[in-house]
Ligand binder design. Sequence first.
Ligand SMILES: NC(=O)c1ccc[n+]([C@@H]2O[C@H](COP(=O)([O-])OP(=O)(O)OC[C@H]3O[C@@H](n4cnc5c(N)ncnc54)[C@H](OP(=O)(O)O)[C@@H]3O)[C@@H](O)[C@H]2O)c1
Length: 244
Amino acid sequence: MKISVLGTGLIGSQVIHLLTAAGHEATGHSRSTGLDLITGEGIEDAVRDADAVVNVTNSPTFDDASVDFFRTTVTNLLAAMEAVGAPHLVTLSIVGVDQVPDLVYYRAKTLQEELVKAGPVPYSIVRATQFMEFVGPTMDWTTDGDVVRLPSAPIQPISSADVAAQVADAAVGASLGGTRNIAGPDVFALDELGRLALEATGDRRHVVTDDTAGLFAAVKGDELLAPKGAHLSSVHYRDWLRSH
Ligand SMILES: NC(=O)c1ccc[n+]([C@@H]2O[C@H](COP(=O)([O-])OP(=O)(O)OC[C@H]3O[C@@H](n4cnc5c(N)ncnc54)[C@H](OP(=O)(O)O)[C@@H]3O)[C@@H](O)[C@H]2O)c1
């Protein structure tokens, strides 16, 4: 199959690798290759003749500007796909994203989903829980000196490799016209995850539990955990830490 992967970052690069290894013709596109989903530059060329288009781009910021990013990029992408008759759009989103309205980035991703669902192109949405790779940056945002403030929000982290495998699988399948949820096998409090990560990497910072700190302070319950019927991957966070 011919698959166009928009976004060549953490997930996109792995999706391209997996699809290519499986014998598909997967091409990556991002601003460095002349695609700009904000201005519209290069979109029709990127999606023309593709059997499936995978959207794993991301907003450069998680603030109010992310709302405009997802509104504009999805609107432009859907218009281009409709214009060239591209038959299937796979979008990577986040488990429970519509359940955390106090987090503006999650409102932006919810808008992305709503536009895709209301749009003219057959679609599949893959919702993943937080990437294991995301724990480090999450700690950096709330680090002050050697103290990392983290809330105790429950998180069910998944490795980006498992996410990429599920996204690649969705790309070669028929359009779901719906959502597939994927998650890691274990639930942790985020502050506990941070402590495990710091210990495993010999990082001298220490975690102070603060339920008002950072993006995940907006999470009040189990909104971000795998819903019933979700696909659970087999990579455990402690094993992932050992291998990274
Ligand atoms: N982090 C998590 O825990 C988590 C959980 C579930 C779902 N997700 C979702 O997973 C998706 C992919 O995340 P990721 O970590 O792989 O992202 P990433 O590594 O930050 O990569 C984002 C990609 O988007 C491209 N991009 C940004 N602006 C663009 C534009 N205007 N036009 C074209 N391409 C553009 C970037 O390339 P250039 O800058 O070169 O253009 C880059 O290749 C995101 O949508 C995110 O919401 C994340």
